[in-house]
Each structure stands twice: as structure tokens, then as C-alpha cells.
Design a protein around this ligand. Structure first.
Ligand SMILES: NC(=O)c1ccc[n+]([C@@H]2O[C@H](COP(=O)([O-])OP(=O)(O)OC[C@H]3O[C@@H](n4cnc5c(N)ncnc54)[C@H](OP(=O)(O)O)[C@@H]3O)[C@@H](O)[C@H]2O)c1
Length: 320
């Protein structure tokens, strides 16, 4: 539990990337924690975008001085860091896919999706923060899987589109402005996206076809999901399952009369869920999910996990 009289010291590894910067923005408004260190090898000596903290090389991070570390680093790097520093009581929230379901290392971590795994997160030493695409897909589909609404004989088809910050801040030719602006393209076609094992594992093997697209906006994810339902069910059954599962959940908004759009969620730490019936094909419902990839899709969710782990109010500092 937190001592209400003093700020809890935390550290941010990878503070100069997109998720690290967004994390620092959220933490600056939290009030119950103090960012003791923020690392960046390429920008060390410079200052963080928020609060002007001096960035230090990752090798100089005073890990022993903090209660919790956020790892906002690429996959592979996070696992290496945990091998060296984990297992000694330090609480860790890993943004990468290294310890998520389907990674082969999932037994070492708790999956950090609070709406589904809240109780386990409270005591976890290592939390695997969910991926941005999986956060929306799993929040939409898990209640339907658990309630047995999905027809087992047909796949669930997911058309997902992400803004460009979803690919990280390091320079890549295919992400140059001239390549992206005015374009809209699918990638990782043929069920090859690396987030797929995470979704399939948490959704108990429901067959998925996942088609990600690159959307020429800075941030935001929109996922359109075609859900085959058991005979006799329609979109109303999906809405009822969500209402039951997410009653009182501040980071999940069930839209009653329309589909959520990016404008509803960008800059927030919540997910919007909507569902419509398809005239003439009642047993195939269309679900629309919207979230900010840097908010509920990454840094907002990580702060939600931190709040649970350190004994704060779960939504403290969040923009739900
Ligand atoms: N972007 C998203 O929407 C999103 C959503 C969910 C999850 N994630 C995951 O979150 C993690 C961070 O993503 P991001 O988009 O913030 O990436 P990013 O913008 O590319 O930033 C990554 C940061 O990690 C630092 N870094 C690189 N290698 C490192 C190492 N060996 N040790 C320590 N730091 C290292 C980088 O370089 P410097 O140290 O030189 O500054 C940079 O500051 C990734 O695992 C990503 O898959 C991203």
C-alpha cells in the first residue's frame, strides 16, 4: 500500500520514445508518484518533454532507488532487462510483447488488462502491458467468448487500422511523411502480425483473421470486427454481454446508438465499443472498437496497472 504522505519513486526506461513520452505526460498529472529517472541512450543529457527531467543512459539508471520501473522499449530489449534486474522485488511494467500471452515467457508475468485480470495485477511483480491492437480486440471479444455467443464454425474477421505512432519513433523509410500521407495500406497480411498469438491465447483459440492497416494520422486505432453469432442471436446479445461485463468500468464505454470513432477516444485512456446488426444477415454482427494506441493501448493502461500494483485508486491520473 502507498504511504499517503510521500510520493512513490518510479523510473522510466525508454523515456524518449512515443509511449515513454506519453507516460511522462500522464505521470506528471498523477500527484502520488515521483519520476526518479528517465532513460534514453540516444538523447541522454537532454531533457524530457514533460517536467524537464534530465535523460540518462539506461546503464546509469539507479534501479535500486525506485519501487517500480516502466520498460518502454522494443521487444527483445525488455526481456534482456528483466533477466538482469527482475526477480528481486522490483515491480516492473513491460510495454513490449516479450512477456505477453503467446510469447513463451507468459508464465513469468501477469497480463496487464485490468478489466479482465485486475486481482492478479495487484500482487504482480512483473506485468506484461497488453499490445495496442489486442487491447481493443480482447475487450470487445472476451465477454462474447466467455458467454458462448460466437459461432464456432466460422472465423472472426478483424479489420484494424492504426495511426503512425503505433510503429514507434525510430526512423523507417516506409513511415516517412511522403510515403504515408494520403495513403492507406494493409500490412502483415495472411495472419502474420506478431500480435495475433496474444489475441488467440487470451481468446481461448477462437479462429481469427487479423488484417492491420496503416492509417495516415498520428495516433488512434479503429477496429471493425465481423462476429459470427450462434443461431437466434443478434447484435443485442453482444451489447448485453458488454453491459454486464463492463458495468462500472470507467475505461470502457459501450456506445448505445452509434459506433465510436477516433475523435471519441484520441487523447483519452478509454476504449469505445459499438455494435450494429447487419440487415438481412442477423447472425453476423459488426463490432467497432476505438482507442488511442498511446492511451488505453499503452501508457494509460500501464498507469492503470501501476495504480493497482502500488495501491492507488485505479483511475488516478487517467483521462477516462
Ligand atoms: N507505439 C505504440 O502505440 C505502442 C503501443 C503498445 C505497445 N507498444 C510497445 O511499447 C514499446 C515502446 O514502443 P514505442 O512506440 O514507445 O517505441 P519507440 O518510440 O521506438 O521508443 C523506444 C525507446 O526505447 C529506447 N531503446 C531502444 N533500445 C533500447 C535498449 N536496448 N535499452 C533501453 N532502451 C532502448 C529507444 O531509444 P533511446 O534509448 O536511444 O531513446 C526509445 O527511447 C515497444 O515494445 C512497443 O511494441 C507501443
Amino acid at each position: 500500500m502507498v504511504n499517503s504522505n510521500s510520493a512513490v519513486p518510479v523510473g522510466v526506461i525508454g523515456a524518449n520514445g512515443y509511449t515513454g513520452q506519453e507516460l511522462l505526460r500522464i505521470l506528471a498529472g498523477h500527484g502520488g508518484i515521483e519520476v526518479t529517472f528517465a532513460t534514453s541512450d540516444s538523447a541522454s543529457g537532454g531533457q524530457t518533454v514533460v517536467s524537464g527531467l534530465r535523460l540518462i543512459p539506461v546503464a546509469e539508471a539507479p534501479v535500486g532507488e525506485v519501487a517500480l520501473v516502466f520498460l518502454c522499449v522494443p521487444h527483445g530489449r525488455a526481456a534482456e532487462w528483466v533477466e538482469v534486474h527482475g526477480g528481486h522485488g522490483l515491480r516492473i511494467v513491460d510495454f513490449s510483447s516479450d512477456h505477453r500471452p503467446g510469447s513463451g515467457r507468459e508464465s513469468r508475468a501477469v497480463y496487464g488488462l485490468p478489466e479482465l485480470f485486475r486481482r492478479a495485477i495487484v500482487d504482480a511483480e512483473l506485468v506484461a502491458n497488453p499490445g495496442c491492437y489486442p487491447t481493443g480486440v480482447i475487450l470487445a471479444l472476451k465477454p462474447l467468448v466467455d458467454a458462448g455467443l460466437i459461432a464456432p464454425s466460422r472465423p472472426v474477421i478483424i479489420d484494424a487500422a492504426s495511426g503512425v505512432t503505433g510503429a514507434g519513433r525510430s526512423a523507417k523509410r516506409e513511415l516517412l511523411f511522403a510515403e504515408v500521407a494520403g495513403d492507406y495500406r494493409a500490412y502483415s497480411l495472411g495472419n502474420t502480425h506478431r500480435h495475433l498469438p496474444e489475441m488467440q491465447t487470451v481468446l481461448c483459440g477462437v479462429p481469427l483473421v487479423f488484417v492491420p492497416h496503416l492509417l495516415p494520422v498520428a495516433r488512434g486505432i479503429l477496429e471493425t470486427i465481423y462476429v459470427p453469432l450462434l443461431p437466434g442471436l443478434d447484435a443485442g446479445a453482444i451489447r448485453a454481454a458488454w453491459r454486464e461485463r463492463y458495468a462500472g468500468e470507467r475505461c470502457v464505454t459501450v456506445f448505445e446508438d452509434r459506433a465510436p470513432a477516433l475523435a471519441d477516444v484520441v487523447g483519452s485512456d478509454r476504449v469505445g465499443l459499438g455494435v450494429v446488426r447487419n440487415q438481412g444477415i442477423e447472425d453476423l454482427a459488426t463490432v467497432v472498437v476505438a482507442l488511442d494506441n498511446l492511451g488505453k493501448g499503452a501508457s494509460g493502461q500501464a498507469v492503470q496497472d501501476m495504480n493497482l500494483m502500488l495501491g492507488f485508486d485505479e483511475h488516478r491520473g487517467l483521462r477516462c
